[in-house]
Design a protein around this ligand. Sequence first.
Ligand SMILES: Cc1cc2nc3c(=O)[nH]c(=O)nc-3n(C[C@H](O)[C@H](O)[C@H](O)COP(=O)(O)O)c2cc1C
Length: 345
Amino acid sequence: MSLYPIIRPLAFALDAETAHRATIAALKLAPKRRPPDFPDSLRSTVAGLDFPSPVGLAAGFDKNAEVPEHMLGLGFGFVEVGTVTPEPQAGNPKPRMFRLVEDKAVINRLGFNNQGQAEAWLRLRECRHLAGIIGVNIGANKDSADRIADYAAGVQAMSPLARYVTINISSPNTPGLRQLQDEGALKALLSAVSEAREPGGPPVFLKVAPDLGEGEPDQIVRAAIQHGVDAIIVANTTVSRPALKSRHRDEAGGLSGAPLKPLALKALRDFRAASGGKIPLIGVGGIATAEEAWERMRAGASLVQLYTAMVYEGPGIARRIALGLAARLKREGIASISEIVGADA
Ligand SMILES: Cc1cc2nc3c(=O)[nH]c(=O)nc-3n(C[C@H](O)[C@H](O)[C@H](O)COP(=O)(O)O)c2cc1C
């Protein structure tokens, strides 16, 4: 039985960031559990990694790599920690994270608050022996004189302990960061990253925004394939504002959760059309049910991630979605989840 219906009102009585800190603190006190055994039909190999379930935890929940194994134990098939920057940084002034309850959404303008890569490194070193895929999402410091060098340094620093490294150039809360998605800047960034990679190192993923202009997915896909990027994560939070009901709707920052879903799905379809399946895609944004995960995978996602739905539904959500996918595969007589990827593309 899930305890979340009891815990949620307590957590929601606190402001969003305090509730988040309390959640991480509580998780740290809980014993680590072995990840559940998922049905074989959910196994797939993406970018050379064997995923036990396609439902992962998106970046931003465990920014400092404090509880990745706990989250694997709760039923996420993989966990992306970070964003971590080379140097620690405080992020934007508080308040900077808002629950939009009526919209099942969150707006955040945290601004890469994190303890830095050295701290994350020490923690990740401790979880090396346990099974499970823990990826590391890296960013640039806000006041860095050379952001591209920050990404190259991040790849070098985190590769020894990361099962994959995500280049995050899509956070809306570090001014100018998303301009690294522009064609010229992206090529310079990706060639620096490719030089920083060691032979035999982990795969590198690129995380993009859902707010791209016409033609941009094509440019990004081309640059990514040319520079050996192993997968593209579509997408980060949006700076756009679909119709929202909650009192926090006008807060500045990135919007996530249910209202992001149509945009993130459209962005995924654009990337699938641009790539024709030549590079794996990871779908994220507004996924809360097995049906939504299924739709995203049929649209071209080899894997999915979520964060905001967990705020509203509790951490059991990953396992519920995974088992829902497995049940549907069985119902439809499909042996493996990888068979549905891109079926609607
Ligand atoms: C509070 C919060 C913090 C986030 N921080 C990060 C981050 O540090 N790095 C990152 O790549 N994405 C970050 N994200 C974006 C999520 O990883 C994800 O792309 C986005 O929230 C859409 O998924 P969702 O609708 O399931 O939450 C953050 C999201 C939220 C809600």
